[in-house]
Design a protein around this ligand. Structure first.
Ligand code: GDP
Length: 478
């Protein structure tokens, strides 16, 4: 990023499009002096003397347009009006970025916001890079990396449960945990190193047993965090589900019925129905993306090979399979074929059309279901019967434990899991060296590697590469 921290950046902080309010954010040492060139306070005072964290009524003007404009368009100062706004100055270090920040709340129109930003650039600001406000917050020590990532997770949360996990992370719960483990390792490292330095004096600064148990404690806790990481990732990224079954068993009807339960709130907002499908379903707090198996129903092929081929593709990508059968018809070859595919994947067996006279022989399925611990649910996509059980089955099949962590924190990112795995490996190596009565240098090397890996999570240890990768995910203005 060019000139990072030296210059003053600006960007629209609200989403693109028309809205009641649009917010432009300016951050950097010249935020106030640059702002003063486009903001005229109604009080008549200068922006520079505005009290920190106080909203003030202001006019926004276009400093480029001085000169021969008809008087109806210009302010007393001879500038063209852009809009009227509420402005707030948040002086360093008590701001999001830790720098002087100016926020201008004006009308949320594309041209208004564009003109305002152009004015600020004209006055000396630079348009911000994606995630640059949050990156500055990190570089200025306002947030650590897990908290910066939690800002994005909060914005992108797919369900309330994902939001709660993101909020815990934003408030530093994950950092505290990781930091605690890291400090423990640093303590052990210091003692091992003290032992190295004084070997000739034959002082064992740390007993081998104490070192072993210290490392084992860290190892166990890191192991727990990794174990629950799969759930954490499901909460943040969502579960991918394939709804499969031969034509006419009711797959589309089932999907529609699932969507309906979600849609009650969403359809009040025009144009969002499509997004529900794209963003996914919310099944008891679990974000679920349904893989498209459209086309399966349109095939004329009596053996349904094309259908099966498409279903296979979706099943391969899915975390969870919803295998739908028609309760009002006998089991067919295609049903059996689908049931035999991907036997190791998580699956829920669904018998649909329970409102019709039942023909399907379910005892065999029950046995199959019991054997593989795949729940079997009977529903009617038409009447909506059985859907609560279905949602519960999907949720508990996907997540072994409760969504809300009862204790400890939930790791939700691959980046964190990767660092935890490297920590685990390094601590494991250190333990092997301790058992083998290896020299202190060797043990210290592994403990140091583990400490560094943990440090990557919070950003205590970091590289430009890691930072770039993290902040590239952000949009401009965040
Ligand atoms: P798909 O080909 O698997 O997607 O099946 P559809 O969802 O298109 O459903 C096929 C037919 O079965 C349609 O005429 C639906 O109205 C009907 N159908 C679906 N679910 C039920 C159900 O639970 N009960 C009854 N009686 N009919 C259903």
């Amino acid at each position: 990023m060019p000139g990072l921290l030296d210059d003053t950046i600006c960007a629209v902080a609200t989403p693109v499009g028309e809205g009641g309010i649009g917010i432009v954010r300016v951050s950097g040492s010249s935020a106030v002096s640059i702002g003063a060139q486009v903001v005229v306070l109604r009080s008549g005072k200068g922006l520079q003397v505005l009290e920190s964290h106080r909203l003030a009524h202001a006019d926004l003007v276009d400093i480029r347009a001085r000169g021969s404009l008809p008087p109806v368009f210009v302010s007393g100062g001879g500038h063209r009006w852009v809009d009227e706004a509420l402005g707030v100055v948040m002086r360093a270090p008590r701001s999001y970025t830790g720098e002087d920040v100016l926020e201008l709340h004006c009308h949320g129109g594309t041209i208004v916001l564009q003109e305002l930003c152009q004015g600020l650039v004209q006055a000396g600001a630079r348009m911000a890079e994606p995630g640059e406000f949050t990156k500055r917050a990190f570089l200025n020590g306002r947030l650590d990396l897990t908290q910066a990532e939690a800002v994005l997770d909060t914005i992108q949360a797919k369900t309330a449960s994902s939001l709660y996990v993101a909020q815990a992370q934003l408030r530093g719960r994950l950092s505290e945990e990781v930091q605690g483990l890291r400090e423990r390792l640093i303590g052990l490292l210091a003692q091992v190193e003290a032992g190295i330095d004084f070997t000739e004096e034959d002082i064992e600064f740390i007993e081998r047993d104490a070192l072993r148990s210290g490392l084992q404690t860290v190892q166990a806790r890191v192991g727990q965090m990794i174990e629950r990481g799969r759930e954490g990732r499901l909460l943040r990224e969502g579960l991918t589900m394939a709804i499969v079954g031969r034509p006419n068993v009711g797959k589309s009807s089932l999907l529609n019925a699932l969507l309906q339960t979600d849609r009650a709130i969403v359809t009040a907002i025009p144009g969002t129905t499509r997004d529900v499908l794209e963003d996914g379903l919310n099944i008891g707090g679990l974000p679920v993306r349904v893989l498209d198996t459209a086309g399966v129903r349109d095939t004329d092929d009596p053996i349904e090979q094309e259908g099966v081929r498409r279903a296979k593709m979706a099943m391969e990508q899915a975390d969870l399979l919803l295998i739908v059968l028609d309760g009002a018809a006998p089991l067919e070859g295609t049903d059996r074929e689908l049931l035999e595919l991907f036997p190791d994947k998580k699956r829920v067996l669904v018998i649909n059309k329970c409102d019709l006279p039942q023909v399907l022989e379910a005892t065999g399925l029950q046995r199959e279901s019991d054997g593989k611990r795949a729940p079997l649910v009977t529903i009617s996509a038409t009447t909506g019967s059985g859907f609560d059980e279905l949602k519960l089955a999907i949720r508990s099949c996907a997540l072994q434990q409760q969504l809300e962590p009862r204790e400890g924190v939930l790791v939700t990112r691959v980046r964190h899991l990767d660092a935890l795995r490297r920590t685990q490996e390094a601590v494991g190596n250190a333990l092997v060296s301790v058992e083998a009565r290896a020299v202190g240098e060797l043990i210290a090397m592994d403990v140091r590697a583990a400490t560094d890996a943990l440090g990557e999570i919070t950003g205590a240890v970091t590289t430009d590469d890691i930072l770039d990768r993290i902040f590239q995910e952000f949009c401009i203005g965040k």
